[in-house]
Design a protein around this ligand. Sequence first.
Ligand code: GLC
Length: 478
Amino acid sequence: MASQTQRKVPVAHTITNIGGTPPQEAMVDKIVQAFTITPEYLEQITQHFLSEMRKGLNQEDQTIAMIPSFVEGRLTGEEIGQFLALDLGGTNLRVVLVDLQGRGNFTTKSTKYKVSEHLKTGDVKELYNFIADCIDSFLTEHNLDYGTADIHLGYTFSFPVYQSKINRGLQKQWTKGFNCSGAIGKDPVILLQDALAKKHVPVLVSALVNDTVGTLLSNAYSKPETNAGIILGTGSNGAYIEKMSNIRKWTGGATSSDEMIINMEFGAFDNERVILPVTPWDNKLDRESINPHKQIFEKMISGMYLGEIARNVLLELVDRTLLFEGYSSKELNSQWGFETTYMSTIEADQGDSLKNTHRVLASSLNIPNVSEVDCRIVKRVCDLVGTRAARLAAAAIAGIVRQSSSVQDGCDIGIDGSLYEFYPSFEQRIEQGLTELFPDVPDINKKIRLGLAKDGSGVGAALCACVAKKMAESKPSQ
Ligand code: GLC
């Protein structure tokens, strides 16, 4: 199985004519204004993004953290063997058995486990006991017994960690829906290894990887010209290959290569709110989130949040009696009640009657009075929120490309995550943004080659475990 799979990308169908009353039209215009990012504004955002990247490379504790991953150099394509990967930080916990077969070929077997809200916000020890149990049952389920040798595991931990070695680091903070006590300032590898040891699970955690780094590695396994790995899913972030000489804050001594992968943690971009077009609906989301004032960029572009932004806009329309005759529903009134997957359905809906949109509103959200104009307004709002997200993602990608490579040479960028994979026209909207940001480069979308790195984090973690194992074997004294 190759890392690229054929996919049918859903297309968004945009509507321009709402056909509403003058007050409805006036309010929709206001919303359009608030969410539209012109090409000039997108360029300014990109320039600010780039300057923030450079600050993060020069000094510790900057808004974009730019964390050295300790993954040096490039893959050879010769990485082979069986490895486990553990993926924590997306919608589910996943344990993956990866069989690396060389030159971009691999097979995977994986099991998903649901992490309850209680585990996401309770004591971290409980979370790790649960994870150790999941790994244990996975080994049993797949009959994995390596005799006396421990199985090497790459741990994809998709949260900010100050890394100090390929298998060491201290957690900086939680993001997305997690907020466990007892984790900040601790090493996730040690917490996991201790929980495994207590249950006598024969697994050695040999690499700690951010999901973006994993995505970069898995894409690079079959496409050596890969420069970056991006996640556009529950959360958003990027990793790219940087020259050691540009990482001015580096104090880690000599390295075996003149390049290293940087985990950017770009979800925190513009936490100071200098440049982003933050609307009152974004502020409401932020204020009611479990991490107010943090990860503002992530909150404008990620799957966990887009539905909630749209919900805030819709509720304002309801309160002004411009939507659903002024009536909401229990579902629409509940935080996170308007899921980003609803937006996907609505964006892909077409035809005059917008049947699927009506179904989401009337059946899934139980809204009593849904007219055709209502459906068109809701569809327009989803379009605005989704388009802004993709254009902001384009600014981040353009920032990475400007910093890391000559665009003329071209590069591959591996992207994983539900928004990129499933949200209608997300990729085309990113490409449109890139076209505007590189007006002098004809065929920019053939130069910056975006591609789905499906299951990038699992395969990438296995690749990292493989690299770590080789590094450990070649340096027996360490
Ligand atoms: C959040 C995490 C980051 C991760 C991203 C995508 O931004 O802080 O580490 O890469 O989500 O999962």
